[in-house]
Design a protein around this ligand. Structure first.
Ligand SMILES: Nc1ncnc2c1ncn2[C@@H]1O[C@H](COP(=O)(O)OP(=O)(O)OP(=O)(O)O)[C@@H](O)[C@H]1O
Ligand SMILES: [Mg+2]
Length: 416
């Protein structure tokens, strides 16, 4: 079975260096490896000092490189849907705001890079696909899209041509935007299927995981912690943290000594926060990471764990447990604090937001008539209880004041 690892982190922290070192290590093991850049500011060509384009090129034995161009993929693979999406997004009628509320934001084309990665994976051509992603913010906006878009498609385009024929005149009037025609609908239907498969693949803990690259500095540490929380919200598996540019012990002088002290404090914090995930430190080298020898050095000196390419930290990010009188939905949100999390009910879905990141979770049929009755945040796990009428000991007290609520980790009832 193949393997996909996505690498991200704040801008400039060493993402390309670390993913490239993984790629070299993997190829040295005799495994056919594809190093993919999904960062529009491609730089795997820079690091290996060669030209890499939108077709895989051989870098060395067992190692291939590819720089994806999402615009091109969209145009070539989904031409009719591309045109329909553009029209939709250009809509400026009264309903357009409503339409665009959940419609992917600018840059959604990057999603087609992920679809291309999934396709490469399915082709079976490569045993490992290592992806150099854009910096955290952009990558998170991207990683929430497969689920959001397929949710959106299901709601907005009742997938299937006949429905569109009935719906189109109505929607044209109501939203004053043009709905896709039949051909585009075929494309959209196909894209919907692809998105569902993409989600299954990227969230399959046996195949895919995300690794974060960071540096021991305040702002980067904070961003890395938040990223872990948001990744968990969207059910991605984090299975590695690489702390880059760690000053070596022999760094001398008051200036470097001061920096080493600062780094020490953040190193401790990172090891503590990410204790459930393998964490590796990479020294600050006296020269840049450039060319096969420099990349190979990281591979040889740092990436020595025998299980480096396994999915190394599996955690269930979302699960239901049975409680007296009902069920509890548990979501792992490591590091989340009261005030960051909000839970709301929208018809048949639950909307869970952490800061500006939100996710719509469709509720199982058995819970659709119920309201979340109790919302707790305990040890980084958000617990949402539902009491089901008729289920034994129907938890009278809780049931009486059941309502949708905002989070109250103190354990009191959520406020409507
Ligand atoms: N451990 C290290 N020691 C010395 N130089 C390093 C180290 N890691 C990375 N560098 C250098 O830092 C710069 C940034 O590294 P890199 O390109 O890997 O970061 P990035 O996160 O991919 O950046 P971007 O966000 O711009 O894509 C490069 O010049 C690289 O050679
Ligand atoms: Mg880079």
């Amino acid at each position: 079975m193949g393997r996909i690892i996505l690498f991200t982190g704040k801008g400039g922290v060493g993402k390309t260096s670390v993913v490239s070192a993984h790629a070299v290590k993997s190829a040295r093991e005799g495994v056919k490896t594809l190093l993919v850049s999904a960062d529009m500011a491609h730089n795997i060509g820079d690091i290996f000092e060669m030209r890499i384009g939108h077709q895989p090129v051989r870098i060395s034995e067992n190692l291939y490189g590819l720089e994806l161009d999402p615009d091109r993929i969209l145009r070539e693979e989904f031409p009719d849907a591309a045109a329909a999406f553009r029209k939709l997004m250009q809509g400026s009628g009264a309903g357009a705001a409503e339409l665009t509320e959940y419609f992917p934001l600018p840059g959604f084309e990057n999603l087609f890079s992920l679809l291309a990665v999934a396709k490469l994976y399915r082709s079976g051509e490569y045993d490992r696909i290592l992806v150099d992603c854009a910096p955290v913010g952009e990558t998170l906006s991207l990683l929430k899209l497969p689920e959001l878009l397929s949710w959106y498609m299901e709601k907005f385009f009742p997938v299937g041509k006949t429905m569109v024929r009935f719906l189109k005149p109505l929607a044209d009037r109501r939203y004053q935007v043009e709905l896709p025609d039949g051909r585009a609908m075929d494309d959209i239907g196909e894209m919907h299927q692809e998105l569902l498969k993409l989600q299954d693949l990227l969230k399959d803990p046996a195949a895919s995981s995300v690794r974060l690259v960071c540096m021991p500095e305040k702002m980067i540490v904070e961003e890395t912690k938040r990223c872990f929380m948001y990744l968990s919200l969207y059910r991605y598996q984090l299975d590695g943290v690489f702390i880059n540019r760690v000053l070596p012990e022999q760094a001398e002088g008051a200036f470097l000594g001061g920096w080493r002290e600062t780094q020490r404090q953040y190193l401790e914090e990172l090891h503590r926060v990410f204790r459930e995930v393998p964490v590796r430190e990479i020294p600050w080298y006296p020269e840049e990471v450039r060319g096969m020898a420099a990349v190979g050095r990281i591979a040889g000196e740092i990436l020595t764990d025998p299980d480096l390419f396994e999915v190394r930290a599996r955690k269930e990010n979302e699960y239901y447990t049975e409680i007296p009188g009902g069920y509890q939905l548990c979501l792992r949100l490591p590091g989340a604090e009261k005030g960051q999390v909000q839970v709301r009910r929208f018809s048949r879905d639950l909307d869970v937001s952490v800061d500006n990141y939100s996710r719509r979770i469709p509720l199982p049929d058995s819970l659709r008539g119920t309201e979340p009755a109790e919302i707790l945040l305990e040890d980084g796990i958000l617990k949402i209880s539902f009491f089901v009428a008729g289920k034994e000991a129907a938890a009278d007290a809780a049931g009486a004041s059941a309502r949708s609520g905002t989070l109250d980790p103190a354990g009191e009832r959520g406020q409507a």
